[in-house]
Design a protein around this ligand. Structure first.
Ligand code: GLU
Length: 489
């Protein structure tokens, strides 16, 4: 049983961007902490100096912040804890759970090669554990380099995994492993255990690629006299083809989805379903609902499938859920980047932008789609889509009659709203005998007003464009129609 105030951590190695698998692990740790009133901590595992970068650390922080996975205490940098890692190795030497090993890498490599040549699996033969104390002291005094090796006890090591149930390993299959290198730097498993003890972590939740490290880590906890945390190993994430998720399947960095116009709440919801089923067929959840519903008993063993279509669908669901304020805040950088105006200019028309975004969001799955759809409303000039013109303005005489007629019925309107524009166009439909075929009336108008064959409803388009701009577009379309040669069929 986990203690009443759980402490969890996400412990990324800063050797790349924040991968969706890492983000999913962070999310489940965060959900667990939030659900049970615990703490969620962040530890950067930067002991591998050659591969760790500042840039990657920054990318990981940014990814977590974008998702809203805030951590509760200052970030722990593993590399800063070297002295404690060493001290813990010393403690194990002192209490006899570890020993000094003077075998060199070359000797070990030779023995490994000899064992393999003889068709046997290599396992360290504990020869240095058999050295007597005097000999060990002599070698240390002579300055011979040594590693610190953990003496794996007899028997077996098992734990009750929160996801997988009981997992057991036979200790005879685990060789006495090194915990400290000759240069005094810790091996991964020691650094992790030493830090998890120091950070008082009570639940270790991570990817199930770490299962094979867990028996070693449990043995280290025992050697250091520390209480064991609860372990939870989350399933791997696979692509649609059932293979481990990789770049082959498309974007795997959380930041890529941010730039593709995915909302953080949708990404979070989508990630939450990778290895967790809330039950009752529930899928779309706000952040608060996820915390409310989170239950570790719903964590699943089988690999989770990353389905991009589902992420897009999820994003559409969240677009419909968020407030106009949040939508504008999320979309603003993309609207600016699309050249629709400066942030100040766009914010100055806040109410108008709100109504436009509300109109477009129900027709979009991503913010990028919204931004693309918004072009005819922000931009002064529109480009007419050639294909739309070819199809929708095929009957040029009728198109001309429609455009001219629309200008006639719309001009005298004293009010410009959904009801008045609809009434005016109904009148035109009757005049042109198109009451039964409204598409024939609306499609040519849609192309004239937006340049495209797809848009929100025609009255909504008229209202959001405003009277002046709508009339200018109809006039420009008429002009264009007269200038253009008829398009052949
Ligand atoms: N740094 C490890 C990784 O990125 C995680 C270690 C752990 O969670 O125990 O896979």
């Amino acid at each position: 049983m986990a203690p009443s105030v759980p402490r969890l951590r996400f412990a990324p190695s800063p050797t790349g961007y924040l991968h969706v698998g890492g983000a999913r692990t962070a999310l489940f740790n965060w959900l667990y902490a939030r659900k049970f009133g615990g703490q969620f901590l962040l530890r950067v595992e930067d002991t591998d100096k050659a591969r760790s970068t500042e840039e990657s650390t920054r990318a990981i922080f940014e990814g977590l912040q974008w998702l809203g996975l805030e951590w509760d205490e200052p970030v722990v940098h593993q590399g800063a804890n070297l002295e404690r890692h060493r001290a813990d190795a010393q403690r194990m030497l002192a209490n006899g759970t570890a020993y000094r090993c003077f075998c060199t890498q070359e000797e070990l490599a030779q023995r490994r090669a000899a064992a393999e040549a003889a068709g046997a699996a290599f396992k360290y033969d504990r020869r240095c554990d058999r050295l007597d104390r005097v000999e060990v002291e002599r070698r240390v005094a002579a300055g011979m380099p040594f590693t610190v090796r953990f003496r794996v006890p007899e028997g077996s090591t098992s734990w009750d995994d929160l996801v997988h149930g009981t997992i057991a390993f036979l200790n005879k299959d685990i060789e006495d492993f090194i915990v400290l290198r000759t240069d005094g730097t810790p091996i991964y498993n020691l650094a992790v255990v030493s830090d998890d003890i120091a950070m008082a972590i009570t639940v270790v939740m991570r990817g199930d690629d770490h299962i094979s490290n867990t028996p070693k880590q449990i043995q280290l906890y025992r050697a250091l006299g520390a209480e064991l945390p609860v372990f939870a190993h989350l399933p791997m994430i696979h692509g649609m083809d059932g293979k481990k998720l990789s770049k082959r399947h498309g974007a795997t960095a959380v930041g890529d989805y941010q730039h593709l116009g995915i909302l953080p709440s949708a990404m979070m919801n989508f990630l939450a379903l990778l290895g967790w089923a809330p039950g009752n067929d529930i899928e779309v959840m706000s952040r608060e609902q996820m915390i409310e519903l989170f239950d570790p008993s719903g964590l699943q063993k089988r690999a989770a499938i990353f389905d991009l279509k589902k992420l897009e669908w999820m994003n559409g669901q969240h677009l419909a859920l968020i407030s106009p304020d949040e939508l504008l805040q999320r979309a603003l950088p993309a609207l600016v980047a699309a050249g629709y105006g400066s942030a100040e200019e766009i914010m100055a028309r806040r109410e108008w932008v709100f109504s436009l975004l509300e109109l477009l969001k129900v027709r979009s799955r991503t913010i990028d789609e919204i931004v693309w759809q918004a072009a005819p409303y922000f931009n002064e000039q529109i480009e007419l889509d050639a294909e739309a013109v070819r199809k929708q303005w095929k009957d040029r005489a009728l198109t001309e009659a429609i455009l001219r007629g629309a200008l006639e019925v719309l001009s005298p309107l004293t009010e410009w709203n959904l009801t008045s524009t609809e009434a005016a166009l109904n009148q035109l439909a009757a005049r042109l005998d198109l009451v039964e075929k409204p598409g024939k009336l609306y499609q040519p108008l849609r192309v004239a007003l937006t340049g495209r064959a797809v848009s929100p409803g025609i009255f909504e388009v008229l209202v959001v464009l405003g009277r002046k701009r709508a009339q200018q577009r109809l006039e420009a379309a008429l002009l264009r129609l007269r200038q253009d040669e008829p398009t052949p069929d």
